[in-house]
Design a protein. Structure first.
Length: 94
């Protein structure tokens, strides 16, 4: 069996409002649906479902820890190192 790529990612975040502000300013990413606890964004090749956890009581004093199971990171595909540096500069200004 062969797959043809990744269709979507689901990311759980602590603060959907902060996350929405970040993803809204990224070039080529469209927000296609949003409400108070989640939003959906796409660049036309992959779709992101980003929302807060269903049970927020488990989040007290939680911090990201790359040594725990779960998503460590994901990356944007760009066509050159120059484009990567431009995206990095753009994100740091936000």
């Amino acid at each position: 069996m062969k797959t043809s790529g990744i269709h979507h990612l689901v990311l759980t975040v602590k603060d959907v409002t902060k996350s929405l502000a970040f993803y809204k300013q990224l070039p080529n990413l469209r927000i296609i649906k949003q409400n108070k606890d989640h939003f959906i964004a796409t660049d036309g090749t992959i779709t992101l479902f980003i929302g807060e956890p269903r049970d927020t009581s488990t989040l007290k004093n939680e911090q990201f820890n790359r040594n725990r199971p779960g998503l460590d990171h994901w990356a944007f595909r760009v066509s050159s190192l120059k484009d990567l540096k431009a995206l990095e500069t753009h994100c740091k200004k936000q």
